[in-house]
Design a protein. Structure first.
Length: 213
C-alpha cells in the first residue's frame, strides 16, 4: 500500500496537479505528520526524482518547471505552520543574472528549487550590475551569491562582480557559485568563484553543502 508521503512524492514528480498536491499535503498535516517528514519524504523527495530524471536525460526543462510548481503548491500549505513552529530557513541566497545578460530561465529554476529546499532566496533578476550584488550583500547578508550568464560576452562581468566585492571588503562574507551554458569549472576557478554547477540540481546540492559546512 502506498503511503501518504509516497503519494505526495509521486504527485510532485509526475506533476499531477497543484490542487492534488495541496490536498495531499493538507491531509498529511491533518493526520499529524511532522513538517520535516512532509518536506523530506514527500515534497523534496518528489522533486529529487524529477531532478535525477533530468540529469539522466529522461525529463526536460518544461517538466522540471511544472514539478517545481507542484512542490511550491505543497510548501504553501505548510508555510504558515513552518513559521509558527519556529523552523528557520536553511540559509539565505542572493541570485542574479550578470550585467548585460537578460536570460532568466536557468536562474529561476535554481531559485525555485532553493526555495523548495528551505532557503530564503533574494532574486535580483537580470542585467545585475556588480554594485547591485554588493548592495545586496550589505543589505541581506546572504550565505551564498549565485551568478548566471548565458552569453559568452557577459561572462567577464562575473569576474568584474567578484573584483568589486573584493574592493568593497565583501568577498570573504559570502560563498560564490556561478553557472550558465558557457560557464565551465575552469572558468569558475579562474575568476575566483567558490563553485560551479552545470545545471540547476547540481547548483542546489552545492549550496546545501556550502551552507552546512
Amino acid at each position: 500500500m502506498v503511503s501518504l508521503l509516497e503519494e505526495i512524492s509521486e504527485a510532485v514528480a509526475k506533476a499531477e496537479s497543484e490542487a492534488k498536491v495541496k490536498e495531499l499535503t493538507q491531509r498529511a498535516v491533518d493526520e499529524g505528520y511532522s513538517i520535516k517528514d512532509i518536506l523530506d519524504n514527500g515534497l523534496v523527495k518528489g522533486i529529487t526524482v524529477i531532478g535525477q530524471m533530468w540529469k539522466d536525460g529522461e525529463a526536460f526543462i518544461p517538466e522540471v518547471l511544472v514539478s517545481s510548481k507542484m512542490m511550491r503548491a505543497g510548501t504553501e500549505v505548510i508555510k504558515e505552520l513552518m513559521a509558527k513552529s519556529g523552523i528557520k530557513p536553511v540559509g539565505k541566497v542572493v541570485m542574479g543574472t550578470v550585467e548585460g545578460d537578460i536570460h532568466s530561465i536557468g536562474r529561476k529554476i535554481v531559485s525555485l528549487l532553493l526555495e523548495c529546499n528551505g532557503f530564503n532566496v533574494i532574486d535580483l533578476g537580470v542585467d545585475v550590475k556588480p554594485n547591485v550584488f554588493a548592495q545586496a550583500i550589505e543589505e541581506h547578508n546572504p550565505d551564498v551569491i549565485g551568478m548566471s550568464a548565458l552569453l559568452t560576452t557577459t561572462m567577464p562581468y562575473m569576474r568584474n562582480t567578484i573584483d568589486v566585492l573584493k574592493e568593497r571588503g565583501l568577498r570573504e562574507r559570502v560563498r560564490i557559485i556561478v553557472g550558465g551554458a558557457p560557464i565551465t569549472e575552469e572558468f569558475a576557478k579562474s575568476i575566483g568563484a567558490d563553485g560551479y554547477a552545470p545545471e540547476a540540481f547540481s547548483a542546489v546540492e552545492w549550496v546545501k553543502k556550502a551552507t552546512s559546512s
